[in-house]
Design a protein around this ligand. Structure first.
Ligand SMILES: [Zn+2]
Length: 58
């Protein structure tokens, strides 16, 4: 998924075949992503969501 706009594009790297693709561009927002950096941003965003949810529960 794009860490910028959140869209899951058809040309984004997926699975084992996708591991050879180091960079890809999002067709929605036009941003070029390094796949590792993009994945890190996605994980970070998920962590923040969980943190926000935890605070709301408290
Ligand atoms: Zn995007």
């Amino acid at each position: 998924a794009c860490s910028c706009c959140g869209c899951i594009s058809s040309n984004s790297p997926k699975g084992r075949a996708g591991l050879r693709i180091r960079e890809w561009s999002c067709p929605e927002c036009g941003v070029t992503h390094d796949r590792d950096v993009n994945a890190a941003k996605n994980i970070l965003a998920l962590g923040h969501e969980r943190l926000a949810a935890g605070i709301l529960v408290l």
